[in-house]
Write a protein that binds this ligand. Structure first.
Ligand code: WTA
Length: 635
């Protein structure tokens, strides 16, 4: 690939060109992809509406880039290596040729079941190769996929299906995760009670958990494949898509309301996922690349499926969890497949760190060349542990900062090229123009400064809209600061111009790398019959990065507080999913409110953090005495 950056000088040249001549810069990169028709215009944009169009007029199909174009020279190279949750179950390998066949067949299954270009398909599946097949099959025939993470509840799935008006759901009977079986189809059945738009459910066999297949709605994956095979529908010509046609929707939490459907489009997303994958990880042909994320999150979309496959890489997919059957599982996988690049989250590193070095010591990790981190700030201790015990001080660590909305990595070292510094995401990729702004929206210039992180120029992988509600997209990302995309993160720039992301400045918390809106959790808690009001904040958690701390006012303060806590936790699991269960629930008789009735979260945050001495001015509170009580009963 000749857009590969090979040295810091290459990086500086590319960066300069990307700022001086962005259209020429991205046109040259895009020319390394396969287009049915080239674009009329590289970029049209304004951040007012916002309107962002990349490679306008171009025609393509992302799966021709991820599959077909590799058949000439990589047909028999592994595209996906799959490792089961159960270490004794045989692994699977899909070569590019086999993956191409499976995607084509399943795209025909979708068509055969009435799915048309532009229809929305919800995917709720375990981490098995068929999940990647389902995603790519949608992309091949022009359906818009909306993947929902397996840890979300029926209610959350129903909200997402209704918002996108999905016509189809693809799921499995169940999924294996560690010692647990997840009853995926049962959860879907509960969700679909509320979702009349769904006409068909395709169910893959994975666990053989007993499930109810509803006549006229539910069909088995395996039967449907057989049908199209019998009909001889083995090939599926890729649908011709406009560069700006929607490729997928992915729901993510913001500071207010329900999660929003972030929309990415075909052309720009493909170019950005491919370009960043290649350069950040410095991928070499034949390397085995292992990203431990779940495909239910953006990291899995961009860096298990689309980025690696667009670049003809071998991507390893793991069904299970890092601690099953024991805390050495990642290292067993690295050893077994001679993994060259490992991309994981700080929360996983911290949890494995706590399990001790016994799980690492007999594993051969010598194949590793590059380590990556994503999803939350990595603390220095975890960074050093990763560097010393996993990388053996021999592997650059790329601390990659980005978001669901950015589509791909934004600020990061380039492996082996950028000098790293623990807990710093370092420098922006070419094409990315970060700025720090103060509360008034003024750009803060110079080094050794901190502020809110914004991006002042478009990049191809950026969010185009929030599904069905463009105004929400404008409000959320483009209205806070004039003419800039606002990330929601705080950030500092040190004396070397290196960036360090310090965490969210809005009401979003990042629990084990999962984004959760405090308002969402409050709404769920407030559904519990005896709750009058609640306030949720994040607090530092040793393993999860942040934990969820809930302050709750009950109508009838209970004698059995433990039971009341469990009831509330169950309620939150049911409404949002287990990932949003509060870690701490403190019952209070009042919340610190201003005279206008606004909850002063700043104070609650300080209390949850244990910083009781620095609560600041509380004299403006309606009833300052509640603060004393909350402080005294802090958990
Ligand atoms: C946080 C995940 C510090 C950040 C790809 C961002 C990070 C949010 C990093 C997006 C990092 C992600 N260092 N913080 N390297 N990477 N974040 O949408 O707060 O699930 O806004 O995308 O995670 O989370 P999301």
């Amino acid at each position: 690939m000749n857009f590969q950056i090979k040295s810091i000088e290459d990086y500086q040249l590319a960066y300069k060109k990307s700022v001086d001549e962005p259209e020429e810069f991205w046109a040259e990169i895009a020319s390394h992809f396969h287009w049915r028709k080239k674009w009329d215009k590289v970029l049209e944009w304004n951040f007012e509406e916002p309107k962002i169009e990349w490679f306008k007029g171009a025609k393509l199909n992302i799966t021709e880039n991820c599959l077909d174009r590799h058949l000439a020279d990589k047909a028999d190279q592994p595209a996906i290596i799959w490792e089961s949750n159960d270490p004794t179950e045989h692994h699977r390998v899909l070569t590019y040729k086999q993956l191409h066949q499976k995607v084509s067949l399943f795209a025909n299954v979708l068509k055969n079941n009435g799915v048309r270009k532009g229809d929305r398909v919800c995917i709720y599946m375990p981490m098995v190769p068929e999940l990647a097949v389902a995603v790519l099959a949608c992309a091949r025939m022009g359906a818009i996929h909306s993947v929902v993470f397996g840890g979300f509840s029926a209610q959350s799935i129903a909200d997402r299906i209704k918002d996108a008006q999905c016509e189809m759901v693809i799921t499995a009977d169940g999924g294996f995760r560690g010692a647990k079986d997840i009853p995926l189809k049962n959860v879907i059945d509960d969700a679909l009670v509320q979702c009349p738009s769904v006409k068909t459910v395709i169910v893959l066999t994975r666990t053989r958990t007993p499930i109810s297949m509803i006549k006229g709605r539910d069909v088995w994956w395996e039967d449907e494949i057989r049908k199209v095979e019998t009909l001889g529908l083995l090939e599926c010509e890729a649908e011709e898509m406009d560069a700006e046609d929607e490729l997928f929707i992915l729901y993510t939490s913001g500071s207010t309301g329900k999660p929003k459907g972030v929309v990415h489009t075909c052309g720009g997303y493909m170019v950005y996922a491919g370009y960043t994958f290649q350069n950040v990880f410095q991928y070499n042909p034949g390397d085995v690349y292992f990203c431990t994320a779940d495909i239910g999150w953006i990291t899995g979309h961009s860096y298990i499926i689309y980025g690696p496959l667009a670049m003809g890489a071998t991507t390893l997919m793991f069904e299970g969890v890092p601690t099953y059957p024991d805390a050495g599982r990642f290292w067993d996988i690295v050893d077994k497949y001679k993994v060259n690049t490992l991309y994981t989250a700080p929360t996983a590193i911290r949890s494995l760190m706590q399990s001790g070095l016994d799980f690492v010591k007999d594993k051969d990790l010598s194949s590793l060349k590059v380590l990556g981190s994503v999803g939350e700030p990595i603390n220095e201790e975890a960074w050093h542990w990763y560097d010393e015990n996993i990388g053996k001080k021999n592997c650059p660590i790329v601390d990659t900062w980005w978001q669901t909305e950015t589509g791909g990595i934004m600020i990061t070292p380039l492996a082996g090229i950028t000098k790293t510094k623990p807990s710093f995401a370092t420098l922006p990729l070419p094409g990315i123009q970060p700025v720090l702004v103060d509360e008034k929206g003024e750009e803060i210039l110079g080094n050794n400064v901190s502020g809110n992180l914004c991006i002042k120029f478009p990049w191809p992988g950026m969010i185009r809209t929030t599904y069905g509600d463009h105004e929400r997209c404008r409000q959320n990302y483009f209205a806070t600061y004039h003419n800039m995309y606002f990330t929601g993160d705080g950030c500092l720039r040190d004396e070397d111009g290196y960036y360090r992301i310090t965490g969210r400045v809005d009401d979003v918390i990042n629990v084990s790398g999962h984004r959760i809106g405090t308002a969402e959790v409050e709404n769920a808690i407030n559904m519990f019959s005896d709750v009058i009001e609640s306030a949720v904040v994040g607090y530092p958690h040793e393993i999860k990065g942040q934990g969820i701390y809930a302050f709750v006012i009950l109508n009838h303060p209970s004698d059995d507080e433990e039971l009341a806590r469990k009831d509330i936790a169950v309620t939150v699991s049911r409404i949002i999913g287990p990932i949003a269960r509060p870690d701490k629930i403190q019952f209070v008789t009042g919340l610190p409110k201003t005279r206008s009735g606004k909850i002063m979260r700043r104070i609650l945050r300080k209390i949850a953090e244990g910083d009781l001495e620095n609560l600041g001015d509380i004299s403006t509170l309606l009833d300052p005495s509640v603060v004393e009580q909350i402080k005294n009963e802090k958990l």
